[in-house]
Design a protein around this ligand. Structure first.
Ligand SMILES: *[C@@H]1O[C@H](CO)[C@@H](O)[C@H](O)[C@H]1NC(C)=O
Ligand SMILES: *[C@@H]1O[C@H](CO)[C@@H](O)[C@H](O)[C@H]1NC(C)=O
Ligand SMILES: *[C@@H]1O[C@H](CO)[C@@H](O)[C@H](O)[C@H]1NC(C)=O
Ligand SMILES: *[C@@H]1O[C@H](CO)[C@@H](O)[C@H](O)[C@H]1NC(C)=O
Ligand SMILES: *[C@@H]1O[C@H](CO)[C@@H](O)[C@H](O)[C@H]1NC(C)=O
Ligand SMILES: *[C@@H]1O[C@H](CO)[C@@H](O)[C@H](O)[C@H]1NC(C)=O
Length: 599
């Protein structure tokens, strides 16, 4: 909290050209002489590639084009993780060597093609028809996933191939040498397909915007009582600004012949026709949604996003309330993450530094609420002197300086919960990317001097988070089993928690707020707040039914029977593709952000 107030006082206001920009109220120059070698630590990249290898070799099924133990939305997120990892591979190709000084392009291209071909397979394995009937957030993971893949294709092409405006589309006959020389990277042929799917799902999700209740905001699930939550709105912000920046346009009208034949049309004049790149409707949607979220009152005393709002008296004829006034105090890690990539995008388009300021403040509040002191770069609790099985107290979104879900300590997180920490680190990595304005549309008019200053300060703040990111990556690595599979509860790795010593009744083990409903892990409560009366919708079914929601564990049974097993990460669902994605994401964050310190 201290940090938060200090930075609020020091931070300059946006748009004031003369003011000094500061995203971090810390002197960080002392870091410059800490363990500076000539190159970033390549072991981090190796660990990340190993996490990816295990994820794809053990959990992905090429004949189905998917990760069969995932559910629709978690699979979309796994696609984002693979695309992110491919970006790291593409940018790190010069560092990936067989042996000293040995360059072998065949091996490297094979590495890229291995994972890229799996993403192409997943395009066909993704159950697009089912997701059309799911909640608005489910649809938006699909949008972000294919835009992540599109961005990887653009990056890989720019770094290693000739970009061809026409891609590899047919043209006049060419001499073979010209044809070979002019060919762009083959991945480009998929961009129209990925763009089409992203556009379709963005349009479907845009129906979730509702101005009648709470003065705006996205509704979570059309089949439940109105509930406006952080995740659906954060996704809409990030997906919309990513559409504005990266969607290349789409002339494919399938599955609608024409807008009048069942296309989407609403008061915002969103129709299925004529979607061009940099359509201002995407930018409008993103800025409006962030303005709403920022004023929605969805952050708690720690500065963290709580989950969302109900509207009291919604089904009471004589109650006219339309305000978001019943707050669900539940905190999840993913709610602190997804908005970050949106904030970076909003800054890139508008040049308004207050978006970056909001992002850095949220990150610093999260770090602090894991029990980590950024000023001294260490956990606030005295970890070495803990009794065996004793845990430091819950600090708001973790303990011992490690990010945690509330359900982690009991080991009974659902598949949703298993995915959350990976989402957090995926979007943190995106936010801390170097501030480059490489994409059209042209960057906002901004004095060169001010841009340099913002870029420098953004990088300085991101570098300051490295100690905390590394602390979390180390914890995650310590949960790996003999097969390289990451566990869900990272703190257990750091503190070497064994089940026989773990006392789940100890004081301070978790938050105790009666107004927090952990519906993402234990299902939607069957009460009037969540369930429409007389509609027959029973939410737990909707969310947890095998047919519609969480799938069983596939081949690997829960290892509950191994009572002698003292590893807390073998409880519940055990190790999953989702927890593997989490391990990959935190390692990639460490690799990408530390690598920037060397540029
Ligand atoms: C092939 O590349 C050459 C330049 O190397 C360019 O002049 C020519 O227009 C290209 N042809 C096609 C079909 O893109
Ligand atoms: C929607 O389009 C119609 C016809 O082009 C136009 O008259 C109307 O003002 C538009 N509505 C909005 C909200 O932009
Ligand atoms: C419905 O709303 C009215 C007016 O606010 C209130 O007096 C009444 O108690 C409410 N009924 C129920 C069942 O909550
Ligand atoms: C609710 O709205 C109706 C119709 O607009 C009005 O007659 C009634 O007085 C309002 N009730 C309350 C409690 O404000
Ligand atoms: C910058 O963005 C913030 C929202 O984060 C907004 O309140 C402010 O009005 C914007 N400033 C300008 C100059 O557009
Ligand atoms: C973790 O604890 C167990 C049991 O107390 C012990 O055998 C093991 O060596 C410890 N591992 C580490 C890495 O400290």
């Amino acid at each position: 909290m201290l940090l938060r107030y200090l930075s609020a006082a020091v931070l300059s206001t946006a748009g004031c050209a003369a003011s000094r920009i500061s995203f971090l109220d810390l002197e960080t120059s002392h870091r410059d002489h800490v363990t500076r070698s000539a190159l970033p630590d390549l072991r981090v990249l190796e660990d990340a590639l190993e996490a990816l290898r295990v994820m794809q070799a053990d959990y992905f099924q090429p004949w189905l084009g998917m990760w069969p133990t995932s559910i629709d939305w978690t699979a979309a997120m796994m696609g984002s993780h693979v695309s992110g990892a491919l970006e790291s591979i593409s940018q790190g190709l010069e560092l990936i060597r067989l042996e000293q000084d040995e360059e072998d392009y065949r091996v490297k291209e094979n590495l890229v093609t291995l994972y890229f071909s799996q993403l192409v397979g997943y395009y066909f394995g993704q159950d697009a028809f089912a997701i059309r009937n799911e909640a608005f957030d489910d649809m938006l993971w699909v949008v972000l996933g294919w835009l992540d893949t599109t961005q990887f294709i653009e990056l890989h092409t720019a770094l290693h191939y000739r970009s061809a405006p026409q891609g590899v589309s047919p043209g006049p006959a060419q001499e073979l040498p010209t044809l070979l020389r002019n060919q762009t990277w083959h991945g480009n042929i998929w961009i129209p397909a990925f763009a089409h799917r992203a556009r379709i799902f963005w349009e479907l999700a845009a129906r979730g915007w509702d101005a009648k209740l709470c003065g705006g905001g996205m509704t979570w699930n059309p089949r439940l009582e109105p509930y406006k939550n952080a995740i659906t709105n954060e996704l809409f912000i990030s997906a919309s600004i990513a559409m504005y920046l990266h969607f290349p346009g789409d002339a494919n009208t399938s599955p609608y012949g024409s807008p009048s034949a069942g296309g989407v049309a609403d008061s915002e004049n969103i129709t299925t026709s004529e979607w061009r790149a940099h359509d201002p409707r995407f930018l409008h949607a993103a800025t409006r949604a962030y303005a709403w979220l920022r004023n929605s009152g969805m952050t708690n005393n720690d500065g963290l996003y709580v989950d969302g709002f109900h509207i009291s008296g919604y089904n009471n004829q004589s109650d006219n309330n339309t305000k978001c006034d019943v707050r669900n105090e539940m905190v999840y890690t993913y709610n602190q993450g997804v908005v970050l990539s949106g904030l970076l995008g909003l800054f890139k388009v508008t040049g308004n530094a207050s978006y970056l300021k909001d992002g850095h403040r949220l990150i610093q509040d999260v770090i602090s609420a894991t029990g980590y002191d950024l000023r001294h770069d260490r956990p606030i609790d005295d970890l070495p002197n803990l009794e065996p099985g004793q845990l430091p107290p819950w600090r708001g979104i973790g303990r011992a300086g490690v990010l945690e879900e509330v359900c982690d300590v009991r080991g009974d997180c659902s598949q949703n919960g298993h995915t959350f920490k990976g989402i957090y680190f995926h979007h943190l990595t995106a936010f801390c990317a170097p501030l480059e304005f490489v994409t059209a549309p042209p960057p906002p008019a901004m004095g060169e001097q001010r841009l340099v200053q913002i870029r420098k300060e953004h990088a300085r703040a991101c570098q300051a988070y490295l100690g905390w990111i590394k602390h979390n990556a180390v914890a995650a690595l310590l949960t790996r089993d003999a097969y390289g599979k990451f566990g869900m509860w990272w703190t257990a790795g750091l503190l070497n928690v064994t089940l026989d010593a773990l006392d789940l009744d100890q004081e301070g083990i978790g938050p105790t707020d009666a107004n927090a409903a952990d519906y993402r892990n234990y299902g939607v409560p069957d009460d009037a707040l969540w369930t429409p009366p007389g509609t027959g919708v029973t939410p737990p079914k909707d969310v947890f039914d095998e047919e519609h929601g969480q799938r069983p564990l596939g081949g690997r049974r829960v290892r509950r029977e191994t009572a002698l097993d003292s590893d807390p990460n073998n409880r519940g669902r055990g190790r999953t593709v989702e927890s593997q994605g989490g391990g990959l994401a935190v390692l990639r964050a460490l690799w990408e952000i530390s690598r920037q310190g060397f540029d």
